[in-house]
Design a protein around this ligand. Structure first.
Ligand SMILES: Nc1ncnc2c1ncn2[C@@H]1O[C@H](COP(=O)(O)OP(=O)(O)OP(=O)(O)O)[C@@H](O)[C@H]1O
Ligand SMILES: [Mg+2]
Length: 375
């Protein structure tokens, strides 16, 4: 039925259900150009206050809010990509000895058990071999006859090599919940992914090099280490901008609503001696970033991080770039998920203002374009 309305096969929608707002973006791809067609968001705090939605179930409230947003944006039901929060799932790299593919599937299931406490049939899992080395020789470059010979001599096709597998897993119930929310609003879900991938796509994409992304939302912080476009490390911290507001409220002895206004204001509360406030959650994030950087450098002695990229609504906080630069001694920059997207002159000031709070939604719509280009 939906196919009948699907006129714009080169249009893609990304939907990000954040804790503080739902963000929707529509991109199109024509003449090798990615163009912004439409964007919108709904503040869930306002929605819940104005409409008394707090009393309804969360699922209903989100569904209603998304429906209204879609109607307001005048969006047609084209291919839609949706994310589930990074903390709902798992992205990890596992190292295994090389083995034939049928044994590998079993070994990965076994390994997955170590990371995922739930029953495996409640978890959706996918994996991909990202590196395969035969005695230090990558199988891809195997005109190396010694490696080939070794593999041949082993009756099971085993080599003495190692493989790196990217394992991705998420609870089926979270995926189904997300599917219901979006389908219920009349959109046609093409794929659901962990937002970790969306962020990496919109902020790093095909850029070579190593980048450490920190996306600070309102409830959660997602940290992603991307090396040559592959996610190497992912950590989620169950805290974000909301805790910053609480720290300001406590530090200044004011109500949360006022603290939120201060937080978004022009005063630098992170670096200047007179106005700085201790914000424990930022120290927690810096601590985690330090651990990830140290472990990465320990593993690869020559490796270096090209830059730390700050993303999410909280990246707009005055002085945050300086705070991370000072605390980490690494090169820090603001994430720009709009790079490479054609935006009309009238809209450009608005997208600039939205900044990297749209990293997830844009990364999702960009996946639609990637899929389309591959077809
Ligand atoms: N100018 C600003 N200065 C400081 N903080 C800001 C600013 N603008 C927005 N924020 C904060 O950013 C947070 C919202 O960011 P974002 O939209 O990325 O979160 P979310 O995706 O809804 O939440 P989550 O990812 O945790 O589910 C809120 O805590 C908000 O107070
Ligand atoms: Mg978010």
């Amino acid at each position: 039925m939906l196919e009948l309305f699907k006129t714009n096969k080169n249009h893609f929608i990304g939907v990000d259900f954040g804790t503080s707002s739902i963000k929707v973006v529509e991109l199109s791809y024509t003449d090798q150009q990615t163009r912004l067609e439409n964007y919108g968001f709904v503040d869930l705090n306002l929605a819940s206050n104005n409409n008394g939605l707090k009393s309804a179930s969360l699922e209903q409230a989100l569904n209603e809010s998304l429906k209204k947003l879609i109607a307001r944006m005048g969006i047609k039901p084209v291919s839609t990509y949706v994310s589930i929060p990074g903390f709902s799932g798992l992205v990890t790299i596992i190292d295994l000895p090389d083995m034939p593919d049928d044994e590998l599937a079993k070994a990965i299931q076994f390994e997955a058990h170590k990371y995922i406490p739930s029953a495996l049939d409640e978890i959706a899992m996918s994996w991909e071999i990202i590196e395969r080395k035969t005695d230090g020789v990558k199988l891809q470059d195997q005109d190396n006859f010694v490696a080939k010979l070794k593999a041949k001599n082993d009756p099971k096709g085993r080599t003495n090599g190692k493989i790196k597998v990217l394992l991705v897993a998420a609870p089926k119930k979270d995926i189904e919940h997300c599917d219901r929310l979006v389908s219920g609003a009349g959109l046609d879900v093409s794929a659901i992914e962990l937002e970790t991938f969306s962020i990496a796509r919109s902020l790093v994409g095909d850029d070579g090099g190593t980048f450490l992304i920190v996306d600070i939302g309102s409830r959660a912080t997602n940290i992603v280490l991307v090396e040559k476009s592959v996610i190497q490390v992912n950590r989620n911290i169950d805290a974000g901008g909301d805790e910053i507001t609480s720290a300001i409220a406590d530090g200044m002895n004011i109500a949360r609503a006022r603290a939120e206004i201060f937080k978004k204001g022009d005063k630098d509360m992170l670096n200047s001696n007179e106005t700085a406030i201790i914000i424990p959650v930022l120290d927690l994030i810096v601590g985690e970033l330090r651990r990830i950087i140290a472990a990465y450098k320990e593993k690869n002695r020559e490796a270096r991080i090209d830059s730390l990229i700050i993303s999410g609504g909280t990246s707009k906080m005055k002085g945050i770039e300086e705070y991370f630069t000072r605390s980490l001694g690494e090169k820090v920059r603001m994430g720009n998920p709009w790079r490479g997207i054609v935006v009309s002159n009238e809209v450009a000031p608005f997208t600039k203002e939205l900044g990297s709070s749209f990293s997830v939604a844009l990364g999702l719509a960009l996946r639609g374009i990637d899929d389309y280009k591959r077809k």
